[in-house]
Design a protein around this ligand. Structure first.
Ligand SMILES: Nc1nc2c(c(=O)[nH]1)N[C@H]1C(S)=C(S)[C@@H](COP(=O)(O)O)O[C@H]1N2
Ligand SMILES: [Mo]
Length: 529
């Protein structure tokens, strides 16, 4: 047989095998979606495989993904998983024309892999989590088997050598493919519907939550915390614009009704589980606090300030018998665990040293948005989010740093991570071409729980000049600064640095985000005409 005919043959097979394989994969995912919608949406195959991939991604790749795709990193990951699946499906479909049993078995293997991923998730609720992947794979295997039989009748498949483009049941194949496509699409849509319904209880519990007034309201923001400069970040970040960083492929929607927060572990003499109502009945504090992610590059966007309402965490810990190490407590690490199995560890000493560590229930006057941890999240001013700000929290365990490494520490991030002093230029933007005259250079600076006392700006290699500081709202928030500059034409590099409340000047030393936060001065290059 000539090379050309065999190439034609492969093409003609792929033309039937590809749709058969893709339809089988589509059916598998749709049925899995339906079963997940009925059992537990978080056990769906794309979610669990995506979660397993996220957990195994090396820190450098994760950092690259966050840097490159930003908050779309999860969409990119899901698309990647689907693209790989599609490629495999085309291959498997073509292969199944000759070996339909083996092809079908191949689909089942993916189901087993999906089930294994589901069962190994930290938030797995048991063997039921394997159901979506298994039933989906069964449906996919049957689909592939049937479509392959239609595409390649047994007689032709056996006498493989003399098969041509005729000899296959085109009409039967198209009919079966059509029925499959419609059935799978319906299953998928139904699955979406059930998944949506499962979230209804959570949505209702959030909608009906009335936040109590704080017994200790936030001090009024001093006049002028918000500078009147175009393009500077707002002092208070609206919830809709607040950065989001987490490993959750589908945002947990927690029903506040059955939700509990357990406190237990080393040195806890009165372990307890609190309901949301019990927490809300306690005296609440309201504070403006700036939250920052350790993955924030110098000049990066993963920072925001909100007015948080919450239960003082130290009081709650005292009540269960916890004492900080400095008062003889046995536990030096507090491990917070979320409903999706995330673990974050904070120093007990920091949580109980008098700062406003809290279990937050409100954010800028409304219940926490689902994205930001409804019903309750933790916050410890001065610490990066990954060692303090557990969202969808459900469990607090007192332990030691020696005894337990939480999620990010297992992945080479530092055990302890106070926020580094940073200043960011918000305006002008990099490579801007401001009209000449006076250009307003402005931005924000932060060193949570130490405060900002000075910000300096430098043009090219010129001298450092003091920027004008907005009043300080508190040592736990960022501070705005501005510096009018009589621009001279040409290209210029603008650099900024801050000094914190301990007198420490922000280091020029560049550091990567891993293991404990980026450092270095932020600068932007601009051109004045
Ligand atoms: N359950 C859970 N909580 C989490 C995380 C997470 O992945 N899962 N990420 C942490 C990190 S790294 C940061 S920076 C903050 C971000 O909080 P935000 O998304 O509300 O801005 O949440 C923290 N809490
Ligand atoms: Mo983070």
């Amino acid at each position: 047989m000539s090379g050309v005919t065999s190439f034609r043959r492969i093409l003609s097979r792929a033309a039937r095998g590809a749709p058969a394989g893709l339809l089988a994969a589509f059916t598998a995912l749709a049925v899995a979606e339906l079963v997940a919608g009925l059992v537990r949406p978080a056990a769906g195959p794309v979610t669990v495989v995506g979660g397993a991939v996220i957990d195994r991604t090396p820190p450098s790749v994760k950092d690259f993904a966050i840097r490159t795709f930003g908050e779309n990193d999860k969409a990119v990951l899901q698309l990647g998983i689907l693209a790989i699946l599609a490629l495999v499906a085309v291959g498997l479909g073509t292969f199944a024309l000759s070996y339909r049993r083996v092809g079908a078995a191949g689909v089942l293997l993916f189901g087993i892999a999906g089930s294994a991923a589901a069962l190994s998730r930290p938030d797995s609720t048991g063997i039921g989590d394997a159901l979506p992947s298994i039933t989906g794979a069964l449906a996919g295997a049957v689909t592939l088997y049937v479509l392959a039989s239609k595409a390649m009748p047994a007689a032709t498949a056996a006498a493989d050598g003399k098969e041509g483009s005729e000899g296959w049941n085109r009409r039967g194949f198209l009919a079966a493919a059509g029925v499959t496509a419609v059935a799978a699409a319906s299953a998928g849509a139904l699955g979406r519907y059930f998944t949506g319904r499962q979230g209804q209880g959570a949505i209702a519990s959030r909608n009906s939550l009335v936040l109590p007034a704080p017994s200790s309201p936030a001090p009024a923001l001093p006049a002028g915390v918000q500078l009147k400069v175009a393009d500077i970040s707002p002092f208070t970040t609206p919830n809709a614009d607040f950065y989001r960083v987490d490993t959750a492929l589908s945002v947990p929607r927690v029903d506040a009704g059955p939700w509990r927060l357990r406190i237990h572990g080393k040195g806890v003499t009165r372990p307890r589980a609190y309901t949301l109502d019990q927490l809300l009945a306690r005296p609440l504090i309201e504070r403006d606090i700036t939250l920052t992610c350790v993955s924030n590059e110098v000049g990066g966007p993963y920072i925001g300030t909100a007015r948080w309402l919450g239960v003082p965490l130290a009081d709650l810990l005292e009540e269960t018998g916890v004492r900080p190490p400095s008062r003889g407590g046995k536990a030096d690490q507090l491990v917070a665990r979320s409903v999706d199995g995330m673990t974050l560890g904070s120093p007990v000493e920091d949580v109980m040293d008098g700062r406003d560590a809290m279990l937050a229930v409100g954010m800028n006057g409304e219940p926490l948005p689902f994205d930001h941890g409804f019903p309750v999240r933790m916050l410890v001013p001065g610490l990066y989010g990954y060692v303090s700000a557990c969202k969808w929290i459900t469990d607090i365990e007192l332990t030691t740093f020696d005894a337990y490494d939480p999620y990010w520490v297992k992945r080479k991030w530092a055990r302890k991570a106070p926020i580094k002093t940073q200043a960011r230029i918000d305006t002008p933007k990099p490579f801007a071409r401001p009209a000449g005259g006076t250009v307003s250079i402005a931005g924000v600076a932060w060193a949570q729980h130490r405060g900002i006392t000075r910000v300096e700006v430098r043009i090219d290699d010129g001298p450092w000049q003091d920027a004008d500081l907005a009043p300080q709202a508190g040592i736990d928030t960022w501070r705005q600064w501005s510096c009018p500059w009589k621009a001279t034409s040409g290209g210029h590099t603008i650099t900024v640095r801050a000094t914190d409340g301990t007198g420490q000047v922000q280091t020029e030393q560049r550091a990567r985000t891993i293991p404990d936060g980026a450092s270095g001065w932020h600068s932007v290059f601009i051109t004045v005409p």
